[in-house]
Ligand binder design. Structure first.
Ligand code: B4P
Length: 190
């Protein structure tokens, strides 16, 4: 059983790559961003709460996100392994995930990061914003706020996983297929 964290700045291509990796390695894909967007679309209480934060480009509070993620894992008891996309995004989330997996006699196998320059990613997100309807992709100020959130709260996770000897990084710039190939090279060696 392998459990992989797909890591990277906003727009680095986590969701794009997860679509390929989940098939290739038979993993259950859990994207906290997608789950929040699903809840917003379906007007749930969780969606209403998350929307306030996501619209501004802020992270949704840890307690809400952690609880949601744990119930998604619990809902997939026969999974052959998980691909965590966009989670954890804070040290508190990473700690909670480690403890939670431990209660199931499991652990994170590796964290694989997609590396890319902020300016390229801002352009990617603005481009996606033209068609995605995502309010957090349409305003450069909100996008920049997402990078600030990343730098303050998410970037420290690199150290967190490095200290556990579980951190791997690949170049996230190139064609989608090239990036999938780079990620596969890392995952095949795990
Ligand atoms: P997410 O939904 O996780 O999304 P993301 O960071 O915007 O994007 P991702 O890296 O998945 O990029 P993608 O493949 O789509 O987060 C959105 C919000 O949800 C957060 O800001 C936060 O508010 C909330 N949230 C989610 N998880 C949370 C958590 N754990 N805690 C608290 N809050 C949380 O690719 C982006 C674009 O690039 C696409 O248009 C794609 O087509 C393009 N692209 C991809 N690969 C490319 C390539 N190789 N070359 C050129 N373009 C490429």
């Amino acid at each position: 059983m392998i459990n992989i964290v797909l890591f990277g700045k906003p727009g680095a291509g986590k969701g794009t790559q997860a679509d390929f990796l989940k098939e290739k390695y038979n993993l259950t894909h859990l994207s906290t961003g997608d789950i929040f967007r699903y809840n917003i679309k379906n007007n749930t209480a969780l969606g209403a709460l998350a929307k306030n934060y996501m619209d501004k480009g802020d992270l949704v509070p840890d307690e809400v996100t952690i609880q949601m993620l744990q119930s998604e894992v619990d809902n997939n008891p026969n999974s052959a392994g998980f691909l965590f996309d966009g989670f954890p995004r804070t040290i508190a989330q990473a700690d909670a995930l480690d403890h939670f997996l431990k209660t199931k006699n499991q652990e994170i196998t590796a964290t694989v990061a997609l590396e890319a320059d902020d300016e390229i990613l801002v352009q990617r997100l603005l481009e996606r914003g033209k068609t995605s309807g995502r309010s957090d992709d349409q305003d450069e100020e909100k996008i920049r706020n997402r990078y600030q959130e990343y730098n303050e709260k998410t970037a420290p996770l690199m150290n967190y996983y490095q200290e556990q000897g579980k951190f791997h990084a690949v170049n996230g710039i190139g064609s989608v297929a090239e990036v999938t190939e780079r990620l596969s090279t890392v995952i095949d060696k795990l």
